[in-house]
Design a binder for this molecule. Structure first.
Ligand code: GDG
Length: 510
């Protein structure tokens, strides 16, 4: 017999719970809230009503019993080590991640990974259904849980369901490669509202609905007729709600005397260079770390820059080290750092300080305050919070941001020094432009970017999202007779195409 537990009006679901186990000197483990934008973003919304968070606690095996962390109810979902391998490292990070990031590296397709992805999504859906109060709001996060909206709706049609994608949504030509594209789209369309980082991502999703599944879209809505359903269908709203950072929290932290003096210490410990450049990334091939290092190496080679007057501090937080592409990247980055340091080091000054660690938040903020030039050069990035964090920490209006045009942040931070990371010559010129631009102009740019982030901070993002979800159309979307006929025709043609492509993918042994 199952004993009913507490239920909540707001349920957040994400791959990970926002807590980590911290083990003290006596070997005792306690839960500590992990630093991260998402929890602080949700705090306002969660304070008003009871809220639960459904997610994996981070260790394979049996899930810990549900518990409260402050006023937030944590509902852990279990994952076996095989599921971690197949659902998380495999399907999420080695199939979806590359497809959703322009196939910078080749995606791997395995049918058993897909089966495990489905099983785990199912488990999440059941966990959500268990803790959601009647008529509750459910907010599902990210690409690991794309089947969850429809699975939750099947169990609990009374719930209002939203999903937000933290990463890009790919153009239809890339998305079409996925043998499971129909199931993914249908899984998402179980939601009332789908939020994306950029308008282009929302557009890509709508195009996939039309071109691959023959659905009818109107403006930012898609009419969805579940298989075997009536011509009258549900309407799902699809639009861009770009994520942000805790501007006020970061600004306040950046002006504390502790952080200011730590920033000065960092500069001093690097030999007080004239120009301190900084990169902060998860060690991921999407972040353009190799391209950045190549551009920097060439600037040293052609003597545009020379230590000791310049140094680059590169924080590379270890990430997904069990996925092959990440191990290859790490080796390449470390080799390049070694080569550049070997070639250009002068006594007392290292060209690149490569820091493969995770630092406390305060230390990160001190690094942002210390850096003259912030290098954000991803080849593709949903948003890139680092760019917005840097801007939030520069209360002094100092510093300059070099920003790739392939980040979501580029759509908002127009006053950054913009580059195309594939164009190494262009990256070099942009870095030099950022260095040589007069201080007045740099301050003007920083001020404008700060205003943008202050006006669109993470708290506003969360409340906008929840408002959009609450007001998403819930009435059935009625189709005219003519559009129904047209739709049915397109659906038939698409089904035939899909059958053909499914057979083809079976043949190539995915
Ligand atoms: C995904 C999307 C989207 C890094 N090193 C340390 C540290 N960090 C923090 C940064 C920043 C976060 O990690 C990284 O966020 P990003 O946005 O740069 O990238 P992803 O991890 O790829 O996140 C991305 C994001 O979701 C949100 O929607 O922007 O596009 O890919 O906050 O500061 N933090 C600390 N120590 C470190 O050493 N404390």
């Amino acid at each position: 017999m199952t004993v009913a537990g507490p239920t909540f009006d707001l349920v957040v679901a994400a791959n990970r719970l926002p807590v980590d186990v911290v083990v003290d000197a006596h070997g005792e483990g306690t839960w500590q809230r992990s630093p991260g934008g998402l929890v602080s973003a949700m705090e306002g919304a969660m304070a008003d009503r009871g809220a639960a968070w459904v997610g994996w606690a981070g260790e394979p095996g049996l899930a810990p019993a549900p518990f409260y962390q402050g006023n937030l109810f944590m509902h852990p979902v279990s994952l076996t080590s095989v599921e971690v391998e197949e659902y998380y490292e495999g399907f999420s990070n080695d199939t979806l991640w590359p497809i959703y990031h322009d196939v910078i590296v080749q995606a791997t397709f395995h049918r058993h990974w897909w089966n495990t992805y489905r099983t785990v999504n199912h488990r999440f859906a059941h966990a959500i259904a268990e803790v959601a109060a009647p008529g509750a709001t459910v907010w599902v996060h990210d690409y690991q849980l794309q089947l969850v909206p429809a699975m939750v709706r099947a169990i609990r049609p009374d719930l209002r369901i939203g999903w937000f994608n933290h990463i890009p949504f790919p153009p239809v030509e890339l998305f079409a490669q996925l043998p499971w594209r129909r199931a993914l789209v249908e899984g998402l369309l179980g939601a009332d509202f789908l939020g994306f980082q950029r308008t282009a991502d929302a557009g890509n999703f709508l195009r996939s609905c039309r071109r691959l599944l023959g659905m009818s879209t109107r403006g930012d809505t898609v009419a969805f007729t579940p298989a075997g359903g009536e011509p009258a269908s549900r309407t799902v709203r699809v639009s861009a709600i770009p994520i942000s950072v805790d501007f006020r929290g970061l600004t306040a932290l950046a002006s504390t005397s502790k952080v200011l003096s730590r920033a000065a210490d960092i500069r001093a410990s690097l030999g007080d260079p004239e120009i301190l450049m900084l990169g902060v990334d998860r060690l991921d091939y999407t972040k353009g770390i190799r391209h950045r290092l190549k551009a920097y190496g060439e600037l040293l080679q052609d003597k545009s820059l020379a230590p000791p007057s310049v140094t680059l501090m590169q924080v590379a937080m270890p990430s997904r080290e069990r996925v092959d592409a990440y191990r290859v990247l790490r080796d390449e980055v470390e080799r390049t750092v070694g080569q550049i340091n070997g070639e250009f080091e002068v006594l007392g000054s290292t060209p690149i300080h490569y820091l493969r660690h995770f630092y406390p938040r305060e230390e990160m903020v001190a690094m942002f305050v210390a850096a003259d030039i912030m290098l954000v050069t991803p080849l593709r990035d949903g948003m890139n919070l680092v760019a917005k964090e840097y801007v939030s920490c520069r209360n002094d209006l100092g510093g300059a941001l070099v920003l790739s045009e392939f980040t979501g942040a580029w759509h908002e931070l127009h006053q950054a020094f913009i580059c195309n990371p594939h164009d190494i010559e262009g990256v070099k010129q942009t870095i030099m432009q950022a260095i040589n631009t007069p201080e007045d102009e740099r301050r003007r740019r920083m001020k404008a970017m700060r205003k943008r982030v202050a006006d669109h901070d993470v708290q506003r993002w969360a409340s906008n999202y929840l408002e959009a979800l609450a007001s998403a159309p819930s009435k059935p979307h009625r189709l005219t007779r003519a559009s129904t006929r047209e739709l049915r025709g397109v659906e038939r043609a698409n089904r035939a195409n899909l059958r053909a492509s499914d057979t083809a993918s079976e043949r190539i042994g995915t």
